[in-house]
Design a protein around this ligand. Structure first.
Ligand code: IDP
Length: 146
């Protein structure tokens, strides 16, 4: 008798933020995503616009870190990636580690590669969608042609 299998193939939006691109870490970050077994479905270097960032970070508008975050995201190109795989949404967030690179666990992208920037928590190398709804919304922002 064959066991029923449950598969949760998903897609997520990953961003290598401007600090990651500037520091030449895009390849290392994508290597970790692929080594985990996820597939890269689209990769594009994007210079974000203020409108794109206002939509992407709408939930943070009004918070003290919002303006510095948007300024930072405008400071250079971002690598936008669609990754696919079983459980990739939670799986990539686990690979990324805690938001603050100083607190992120060793073994994670932010824990291994993120620098202690003092109060500049926004420079934490990567973004990953946090739910299927966010993933579809964010993919539409960064890959409007898709
Ligand atoms: P996440 O990226 O780990 O999901 P969120 O809480 O969704 O974290 O915040 C989005 C982004 O906003 C973070 O990745 C980080 O760049 C920035 N951010 C969040 N909290 C702070 C803060 O307290 N200070 C500075 N930047 C922050």
């Amino acid at each position: 008798m064959t066991q029923p299998t449950t598969s949760t193939i998903e897609r997520t939006l990953i961003l290598v933020k401007p600090d990651g691109v500037r520091r030449g870490l895009s390849g290392e970050i994508l290597r970790r995503v692929e080594a985990k077994g996820y597939t890269l479905a689209a990769v594009e270097l994007v210079h974000a616009t203020p409108d794109q960032l206002a939509t992407h970070y709408a939930e943070h508008e009004g918070k003290p870190f919002y303006a510095p975050l948007v300024d930072f995201m405008l400071s250079g190109p971002t690598l936008a990636v669609i990754a696919e795989g079983d459980g990739v949404i939670a799986g990539f967030r686990s690979l990324a580690g805690a938001t603050d690179p100083t607190a992120a666990a060793p073994g994670t992208i932010r824990g291994d590669l993120g620098r202690d920037w003092g109060l500049k928590v926004q420079q934490n190398l990567v973004h990953g969608s946090d739910s299927p709804e966010s993933a579809e919304r964010e993919i539409g922002i960064w890959f409007p042609q898709s």
